[in-house]
Design a protein around this ligand. Structure first.
Ligand code: GLA
Length: 726
């Protein structure tokens, strides 16, 4: 069994494949954290309070326990823990915001508790439930620890039940709290801005509080919810590290606080600024799920745990046996699309061996630019004289699948929808509305809006053969208030907005079960586990410049598998006719599901043939990219290049990429060590014919950087013969 409740010792031990987690209910009452690390036979962990002056204690237990200095499983505001707390509740009848939850009971059960309305991970092994009571508010707190044994992930979430007679308010909600002791740590986060998503940021943690947060109503381009806390000396392959993430797509808060004793408290949740929830008598609230993983073998192992967690427990089942190679119309034509152009586009896709054409923005209502029509989900009669169905049949008759762009959550003020329902957008009473890309945000917390969307998409796509939706979301939320919600629930707007979004996602998947969803938010503005629950892949960034993409792809690889990262070869500045750049763009794109985004209708036969060959080559590696185990070797933030490899579980196949993100006047020589190569066998690189032993691969192969940059080199090693002994 993976969960042991040792009643006599007041201890609980959780085990996954390689990790162990130990806690104690000190004095039968306080949830004290003892250990999170590699699996060991030693279970002799004991609480040793690091008492400091000015920390309060209970008379009954003396200085053996202070809420301020003990490593805790969860913490509450105001009862003597001066560090940042996980839960803050306001008791409206007494005016107090202090709680003191006391442990009552521990239970365990197979599988997990479902979280109604929210995305959550499936296929859990076992769950621990801890129950606590607060005597004054009469509320009951249930903390859950759900184990995903196979990938060394433990998820955390809680249910709060108001069992009293009075209303309470949840003022701070953190799903996960972990106190890591006795370590000098670095924080690794994935931040930046639109067009430059998930840039890697490593910083030492010192005493104090650090927040990584989004108040944008989306998980954002600016600060991804995934983060790592690692030993200061941890590398890709060595040292201890902890990874954290949130199964949610809206505003969130990650809080990392180092206290006076050097204990690092890491918390993940909805936070305090963008969340506030009224819990009336007899109501209950369950937080979104947060996850954590531990590795004793460096940061690379954190990534591999996360990759396998996302693939096995988050992503929806694939709709197609193989991911379609798509040709998307956006960078080719922007809004300048019509039936004949799209049909010709489809014909050229077929010539190049692509599987699907995606018609991006501009196909509905009066949407001929980004100023009008958003919200009016009626195919344009002007563009498709015989209707959408006949048009899609025409496209499909050329031999490709068909995908289409949608942006359900938004509206242009210049639209029939807004003219009919100006009260259906997020806004604050008496305040001016702010535009972003000429659009406003629909009030997804209003059930009427969700019903409108269901009815319009149902009608629009009735009988139309859609294989793929690209669901976009092109602005963040100012004045994030739902006019629909009453005053006392106004501050739930952002959270209830997300419930509406998830409900519509679930509806779309059920209504069109044969269509896969690609998620997008101006590129990778919602690159998170909540979106991944419903979308097979995500548009990584609007930035398709391969050199910039290298950094974005590198950063994305820390928390998310390659199989979700849409990689398109694109046509900024018509560079694609240059064979060198077409080759470089393709090598960079071989890091996820492949696509193209450029006008190839009149491309030379040589360009089309090159693409055809590229797709054939991609198909050879596809399985390894989608399902292989992943190792980073060089960082574009430090080395001017990105080197990484995918390896098959049994080490018999290796795909090694070297991508240069900048020119290197010094022409540095990089050694790329393949630690997963098998000793004593010979591998053959199918691209160059090179034969090389596993021992040599482990020592590393060398590559000299290119002076001018835009250079890529790739090796596809398979066992030579049947893995002939060396
Ligand atoms: C966003 C997306 C693009 C494209 C446009 C269409 O910017 O990221 O890929 O779909 O919207 O308006």
């Amino acid at each position: 069994m993976s969960i042991k409740i040792l009643t006599e010792e007041n201890k609980i031990i959780l085990k996954t494949k390689n990790t162990m987690y130990v806690m104690e209910m000190l004095h039968g009452r306080f949830p004290v954290h003892l250990y999170y690390g590699k699996n060991t036979k030693n279970t002799d962990f004991n609480f040793d309070n690091n008492y400091r002056s000015f920390s309060p204690y209970y008379e009954e237990y003396g200085k053996s326990f202070s809420p301020d200095t003990a490593p805790l499983e969860f913490s509450f505001f105001g009862y003597g823990d001066f560090r940042s707390s996980a839960l803050k509740i306001f008791n409206s009848s007494s005016g107090s915001d202090i709680t003191d939850f006391i442990f009552r009971k521990a239970k365990k059960f197979r599988g997990r508790k479902e979280i109604s309305g929210l995305p959550y991970a499936e296929g859990a092994s076992e769950t621990l439930e801890l129950i606590f009571d607060d005597a004054v508010t009469k509320s009951e707190l249930h903390l859950y620890y759900t184990l995903f044994n196979d990938c060394d992930v433990i998820s955390r979430y809680f249910t709060l039940k108001n069992k009293g007679k009075n209303d309470i308010r949840i003022e701070k909600c953190m799903s996960l709290s972990l106190d890591i002791q006795n370590k000098e740590c670095d924080l690794i986060s994935f931040q930046s801005k639109y067009f430059y998503e998930r840039h890697v940021c490593r910083e030492p943690l010192y005493q104090g509080n650090r927040r990584i947060t989004s108040r944008r109503g989306s998980s954002s381009h600016h600060a991804n919810p995934f983060f790592v806390i690692a030993d200061r000396k941890a590398t890709e392959e060595k040292g201890e590290a902890y990874g954290f993430n949130f199964v949610y797509s809206g505003s969130y808060l990650n809080e990392i606080e180092v206290d006076q004793n050097g204990t690092v408290r890491a918390m993940v949740g909805l936070g305090d600024e963008c969340f506030n929830y009224l819990l009336c008598a007899d109501e209950e609230f369950t937080s979104p799920e947060a996850i954590m993983t531990y590795s004793a073998k460096g940061i690379g192992e954190i990534s591999r745990n996360m990759h396998s967690f996302v693939r096995s427990h988050i992503l929806p089942a694939d709709v197609f046996a193989k991911r379609p190679v798509v040709l998307n119309s956006w960078e080719a034509f922007h809004f300048d699309i019509d039936e004949e152009t799209m049909v010709n586009f489809a014909k050229s896709a077929v010539e190049c061996g692509m599987d699907m054409v995606v018609m991006d923005d501009g196909w509905f209502g009066s949407r001929r630019n980004d100023k009008a029509g958003l919200g009016d989900w009626t195919p344009s009669h002007e563009l498709f004289k015989n209707g959408l169905r006949a048009f899609v049949d025409r496209v499909r008759s050329t031999g490709v699948k068909f995908g289409i762009w949608i942006e359900p959550e938004m509206v242009n003020p210049d639209s029939d929808l807004y003219r009919a329902h100006p009260d259906w957008v997020l806004c604050a009473d008496g305040r001016e509305k702010l535009l972003s890309r000429n659009q406003l945000v629909l009030d997804m917390a209003n059930p009427e809006v969700i019903e409108y969307l269901k009815a319009s998409f149902d009608k629009c796509f009735e009988g139309v053969n859609i294989d793929y939706f690209k669901w976009d979301m092109n602005r963040n939320m100012s004045h994030p208030e739902s006019p629909y919600l009453p005053a006392e629930r106004k501050r739930e707007s952002s959270y209830r907005y997300m419930l509406g979004v998830y409900e519509f996602f679930r509806w779309l998947r059920e209504r069109f079960p044969n269509a896969m969803i690609e998620n997008c938010s101006g590129g990778g503005g919602r690159y998170d586990l909540g979106m991944m629950k419903y979308s097979t892949q995500i548009w990584t960034s609007d930035n398709t410049n391969p050199q910039d993409r290298i950094k974005i792809q590198y950063g994305s690889s820390f928390g998310y598998p390659a199989s979700v990262m849409s990689c398109h070869v694109a046509n900024r500045n018509s560079e694609i006719s240059d064979p060198k750049l077409l080759e470089f763009g393709f090598r960079v794109a071989l890091n996820g599901p492949l696509g193209y985004e450029l006008n190839i209708i009149n491309a030379d036969a040589s360009v089309k043939n090159t693409m055809k060959d590229q797709i054939k080559e991609y198909r050879k590696y596809e399985d390894l990219i989608m399902n292989g185990e992943f190792y980073r070797l060089k960082s574009p933030f430090e080395d001017g290049c990105y080197a990484y490899y995918f390896v098959k579980k049994d080490n018999s196949e290796i795909l090694l990429s070297y991508l240069q993100s900048e020119s290197d006047k010094k022409e540095r020589v990089h050694r790329l060590k393949i630690s997963r190569a098998i000793r004593g066998v010979i591998y053959r690189d199918n691209l160059s014919g090179l034969e090389i032993s596993g021992n040599e691969l482990r020592k590393g192969i060398t590559i000299k950087a290119d002076k001018d940059g835009k250079y890529a080199k790739m090796f596809h090693f398979t066992l030579y013969g049947s893995g002939l002994k060396y």
